[in-house]
Design a protein around this ligand. Sequence first.
Ligand SMILES: [Zn+2]
Length: 361
Amino acid sequence: MKDDYPTGEDLYDFEYGMKNSPHVVLLGAGASCAAIPNGDKYGKKISAMSGFIDKLGLSDVLEDISLKTTSDNLEEIYMELDERSSTEPDCMSAKTELENRIRNYMLEFELPDTPTIYDFLLMSLTSKDIIATFNWDPLLVQAISRAYEYTDNLPTIAFLHGNVAVGFCEKDNVMGNAGYPCRCGEILKPTQLLFPIKKKDYASDTAIAKSWKSLKNALKAAYMVTIFGYSAPKSDAEAISMLKEAWGDLKDRDLEEIEIIDLRPEDEVVASWEEFIHTHHYKYSNSFFESSLGRFPRRTCEANFDMFMNNGFMDGGNGFKEGMGFSDIDRLTYELIAEESEKKGTRKILSHPYKARHDKR
Ligand SMILES: [Zn+2]
């Protein structure tokens, strides 16, 4: 313990501050796959980047183009088309066609009627937290409307590469469902999608620039960071460096908790995040339900603080379990939500039901 560890009033302020710091969740393609492991409402599965063109029946778009890359990965193919498009009109039109077909393919996804990982995820965080997603599909956006039926104390959502379901009104600075009217009466225009090229222009689209700003601010103040199904691909080099910059110097960050949820083997995942978690403790799991989000919903920072700073034992038995229905989620969260509204605007620390039974200190 540090010599300057706070005591008394200061200690309360310190605890309150930590527990009210943001929990930042970063989502990659693996999270959308985990949200609909058996396909969407109509059985349609999310395709991985490799084999994407074939699985989506997009091969005809590339029929007349002889690609240099032998890869079947969408990112590699798109990057080549983009590089060649300035001099080869064929590549330009193929690129545009590919973009349109991908947008339409993504738009069709619909959440199944039963709770998905995205429903659990949204209900596990509150308005001080942020979910930043690289995914274009509309599943998380659809889950937001479902979560609103239970509470409006929900996390901020940042769409780092744009999203097919999100619209934006530049004049009013309003983000919402694409196609819905803004308060000014105009229709919310679809946001741009950032396709996989190395030098993405993150400033070209106001909605995307705004999303990055929210993420950077949250990262600076974060107590917990969860990286869920994001493999940090080469085409995201610029995104990764922006994240690193916002995350700051590791030496200055000895209190934060990092969690990684991924289906891939631990060493492979850790390698791609080495600079974030180097000399830093992190927790790895391959299921959402084993993470703090699943075990300590709506109180992730509280439970982690009590575990690491107050040396308490936590029990995730009162958390979310796979296969739960919406009524189960409601039953587990309604008292927590009630306490949140009751203590809103006060400096009272929220309680939680996650202390182990033999450790009711
Ligand atoms: Zn407007």
